[in-house]
Design a protein around this ligand. Sequence first.
Ligand code: FES
Length: 106
Amino acid sequence: IKITIIDREGVFHEVDAPTDMNMNIMELVRAYELAPEGTIGICGGMAMCASCQCYVLNDVPLPAKSASEEAMLSEAFNVLENSRLGCQISITPQIEGLVVELAPEA
Ligand code: FES
C-alpha cells in the first residue's frame, strides 16, 4: 500500500508499505531512513517514549488508541488532537493512503 510520510523538514515521501511483514509506521519510517537514527523508535515500539509521535493528516480508519498509547500521549510534548504513536499503527490494507507528519523531536 502507499503511505505518505512528511519528515521533520517538511519533505513529503510517498512510500510503499508492505502489509505482510507485521510492520508499523515507526518501523516504516526507520526502514526508509526518514528520520535520523536514534530520533525515532527509542523504546522499540512499546508506546513508552513518544519519539514516534506523528500527526494524522487525513481521514483513514485507524486502530483505536490503547490505554498505554493514551497515557504516553498525555505526557508527551507537542501533542495535538490528531497525534498518534507511529509504533501503534500497524500497516494493514485498511490504512492505504494514510498521510502522517512526523512530530518535532522532543
Ligand atoms: Fe516509543 Fe513508539 S517507539 S512510543
